[in-house]
Design a protein around this ligand. Structure first.
Ligand code: ZN
Length: 387
C-alpha cells in the first residue's frame, strides 16, 4: 500500500489529534464537548478548534442529547457514518459481489456474479466496479476498498497468495486496483469476521472461529488480537487431522486425513457420491447414510477442538458457514456434548456458538473503522483527507 499517501510530519500532530478526538467520539456514544478534553488529554482550545473543523466538514454531527427534561440539554457528538462511503467486495468461493455502502452499512449499489473456473475473476471484478462507478461514483465518493477473499492472503501487502476458487496465485489485487486511487484492504474471509467479532465483544480474551463451507477456514483471537504468523496460515484448522477416520484421504496440502477432506461441502459430496443439494434433500428425508455422515462431523473434530480449548484457554468457539447452517441440528448437540465431556475444570469454556454473518457491508465498514483507529494505521485516508 506504499503508493498511498503516508502522513507527513508537519501534518502528523494535527491529524493525530483529530483522530484521537474522532476515536473517542466513535467509542463513547453520546459524548459531549466538555468531556472530550478530559478523555483525550488535549487542551480545551485544541479540542474546540478541531471540533469546529470536524463539524464544519460534516465529519461530526452535534445534536441535542435528549429533548425532554428540564434545564439546558447538552449536545452530543456523533461521527457522520452515513456521510462516508466505501466499496465492499466479497470474493468468496466462486461468487463475486460488489457493494457501495455508507459506513453505517446502508447499501447504495450491489451486484453479484457467479464465477466458474474458466472465467477471469479479475475481469469480472473490474466489470462490476465499472458498473458501480458508472451508476453512483460521482454521487458517492468511496474512501477505501475492503475485499474479503477465501484463501491465503498477505494482508500487509494486499496480495492474495492462493485462492483456488478465484484462480489467483501470488496476485497483487491492490496493484490491479491502483487506478481507483484509494487504499485497498484485502483480508482472508474468516479473518475479516474475526476482526468483526473481536471489535464487537468485550469479555472474551481468546476465542476461535471455524467456517465450514466449500472448504474449512478458521481464525483465532488470542489476547484480543487476531493471530497472524509468518506463513499466514496459523489457525488453518482445516488441515489438522480428523479423529479416527474410516478411510485414508490424501489432502492437496500434502498431509493425509485433513479435516477439510471429511467435513467440507466438497468432501461431503465426494464421500456420499452425490451433489451437495441432493445431500441436503437426503438428510431432510432421513436417509440413513446421509444423516450418519453429517452427524459424524461433530465427533471427527470434537477432540481436536477440546485440545485447543485446553491449550489456549479459549473462552468460546464460533461455528459458521453453509454446512454448519444446513446441518446444525445434527452437528451442534453432539459436538457440544463431546466438548463438555473432554475439558479440564480450570477452563471456563462454555460457549459453542453457531452464528450467521449476513450483513457484509456492515462487517467491512467496522473493519475499516477499527483499522483507521488502530496503531498500525500510517495511511492517510477516510476522514484525514477532509481535515
Ligand atoms: Zn490438508
Amino acid at each position: 500500500m506504499s503508493r498511498y499517501e503516508r502522513l507527513k510530519s508537519a501534518d502528523l500532530m494535527r491529524v493525530q489529534n483529530a483522530r484521537k478526538i474522532l476515536k473517542t467520539i466513535h467509542v463513547e456514544k453520546g459524548i459531549y464537548r466538555k468531556m472530550l478534553a478530559a478523555r483525550t488529554n488535549l487542551a480545551a482550545q485544541t479540542v474546540t478548534n478541531i471540533i469546529t473543523i470536524l463539524i464544519d466538514k460534516g465529519i461530526v454531527l452535534e445534536q441535542p442529547l435528549n429533548t425532554s427534561g428540564k434545564g439546558r440539554n447538552p449536545f452530543s457528538l456523533e461521527i457522520n457514518y452515513s456521510g462516508f462511503y466505501i466499496i465492499s467486495i466479497k470474493a468468496e468461493g466462486c461468487f463475486m459481489e460488489v457493494y457501495l455502502n455508507g459506513l453505517d452499512g446502508k447499501v447504495y449499489f450491489q451486484e453479484g456474479v457467479q464465477i466458474s473456473q474458466d472465467k477471469d475473476a479479475l475481469a469480472i471484478l473490474k466489470g462490476l466496479l465499472h458498473n458501480l462507478y458508472e451508476k453512483c461514483g460521482s454521487q458517492y465518493k468511496a474512501s477505501a476498498v475492503v475485499i474479503s477473499v477465501t484463501g491465503i492472503v498477505n494482508e500487509k501487502e494486499a496480495v492474495v497468495i492462493e485462492s483456488e476458487g478465484l484462480n489467483w496465485h501470488q496476485f497483487s489485487i491492490a496493484g490491479e486496483l491502483a487506478y481507483l486511487n484509494i487504499p485497498v484492504f484485502v483480508l482472508n474471509d474468516v479473518n475479516l469476521i474475526a476482526h468483526y467479532e473481536n471489535a464487537n465483544q468485550t469479555d472474551d480474551m481468546n476465542f476461535m472461529l471455524v467456517r465450514v463451507d466449500q472448504g474449512v477456514g478458521s481464525a483465532m483471537i488470542i489476547d484480543r488480537h487476531v493471530v497472524y504468523s509468518t506463513n499466514r496460515v496459523s489457525g488453518e484448522f482445516g488441515h489438522v487431522k480428523v479423529m479416527r477416520p474410516k478411510e485414508t484421504v490424501r489432502c492437496f496440502c500434502g498431509r493425509k486425513n485433513c479435516i477439510t477432506q471429511f467435513i467440507s461441502r466438497n468432501s461431503l459430496s465426494r464421500r456420499l457420491d452425490m451433489p451437495y443439494e441432493e445431500i441436503k434433500a437426503a438428510v431432510a428425508a432421513g436417509e440413513a447414510r446421509a444423516v450418519e455422515t453429517v452427524t459424524e462431523i461433530g465427533s471427527l473434530v470434537a477432540q481436536k477442538l477440546s485440545d485447543l480449548v485446553v491449550l489456549l484457554d479459549l473462552d468460546r468457539i464460533v461455528l459458521f458457514g453453509e454446512v454448519i447452517e444446513d446441518f446444525k441440528e445434527y452437528i451442534y448437540p453432539g459436538l457440544r456434548n463431546d466438548l463438555q465431556q473432554d475439558l479440564t475444570y480450570w477452563v471456563r469454556f462454555n460457549n459453542l456458538e453457531i452464528k450467521t454473518y449476513d450483513d457484509f457491508p456492515q462487517i467491512c465498514s467496522q473493519y475499516l473503522m477499527s483499522y483507521y483507529f488502530s496503531n498500525e494505521n500510517d495511511l492517510q485516508f477516510l476522514w484525514d483527507s477532509f481535515l
